[in-house]
Design a protein around this ligand. Sequence first.
Ligand SMILES: [Zn+2]
Length: 112
Amino acid sequence: MSELPPCPKCQSAYTYEDGELLICPECAHEWSASGDAASENVIRDSNGTPLADGDTVSVIKDLKVKGSSSVVKVGTKVKNIRLVGGDHDIDCKIPGIGQMGLKSEFVKKVVE
Ligand SMILES: [Zn+2]
């Protein structure tokens, strides 16, 4: 194993591993060794930025809307997304188009 990182809380260097967790003996802080405990469940945008419910994203490529001739244009801003998991892991309402599912790989988070 490589060197363990210091405790993020108290900077103690005496951290040790316990399975998936790192533990600080000085302040009893426990955290995930990989730094992203819930990485399996985290939905990330095309840049790898974690997304959350209520985020605003913009679409990074033209997306055909299933069952219609509409296209969600690249650059379209989508507000108040909801993460749902699955193939299309973002549920949202797009102005002029309506409720639809997006794939997180085709969006990027907009920081407002
Ligand atoms: Zn500590």
